[in-house]
Design a binder for this molecule. Sequence first.
Ligand SMILES: [Mg+2]
Length: 399
Amino acid sequence: MKIVAVDPFYLKMPNITTDADGTQDTLVVRVQTDEGIEGWGECDASPLVSLATYCCPMSHGNIINIRQSLVGEVLRGSDDILRLHDKVLRNALDIQQIDHAYSGTDIALWDIVGQKLKQPVYQLLEDQFGSSSQGIDYPKIPYASVLFGDTPEATFQIATRLKSQGFQAAKFGWGPMGKFDRKFDIELVQSAREGMGESAQIMIDAGVAWKSDYKTAYDRAEAFSQYTPTWLEEPLAPEAIGAYQALSSLNPPIPIAAGEGCATFRMAEDLILNGKVDYVQIDVGRVSGITTAAKIRQLAEKEGIQYVNHTFKSHLSLAASLHVFATNEDFNLLEYPADGSELSQKLTTEKLAVGTDGQVRLTEKPGIGVNIDLHTIRDFLVSVKIELNGTTIFDHSVL
Ligand SMILES: [Mg+2]
């Protein structure tokens, strides 16, 4: 089987706001083969910056675009996915955006190989990276992932709605957290707890509010602990590894989570080994795809910390994320986008539904196991045409 086309599509909602809502636009990638099998993936990154890495003219041997690296390549199995991952990243050594941009393609390649070999991706990953599950994919507890309301009262209303929808766990993040005073921060957490009820799990995402100020992060962890959140997420900036280490050395009374800002294996390794986080949260749409995410999952297993997905996109990204850690029974939490845009809600023709037992499972379908809704691609597609001196190098005005 050979790769014959690699096509990124820029999709967006009509109006984009400054809310920390990554579902307002997206970049999805379609990879086609000469056997008629095609795969899809999604990137969680600036779509047009990422799109450039698919078509930018070669500058020299370290700046070669993704299409040029892949079209014509052979794709027989997961060994080839790893080989191509190395090739693309090597060819784009001096393209800063490459890890984000390649994520969608790497996901699409796993989808294709799974379809070709008639296996779900988690089984391919087990063969490639090993685990002790004997091929079992374990169900996960979905935690609804939402933004804080603008006020404690609005947050209480959101929490009450999630509880009535049956969610037994929910994460509240960003919005006003860390932007006003200590009392307001505590009231936000209190309202989330009261709305979800005592038996639910709640997670608090501080949205990098305190940058490298680990003392304030510790103070908030201590103040929030009376509401027993499962974790405090990203109290500090992604690169503030020393501050994460200092925070950890103070033994905060609730676990610390971070990792969605990781674009490479090394960034995650630094956060795990030196930042000493308790949960590492990896986004397959940012970290150059399933291939790198699976390596980080292995490291988390070795270091005895919990791997969790970071997903604030469509159910294509959600399914891709879940394959990475489906075979680990202890990694039992799944970030579950609950409030996404119409675009993200409609991007796939089916969703990973919450079962009657309140848990989420993968299907046994080959590949990633969810299908793209081509109507949605057409409805939200932004026409992009790039010309250089009158010669078109990229034209996606239609699907
Ligand atoms: Mg977060």
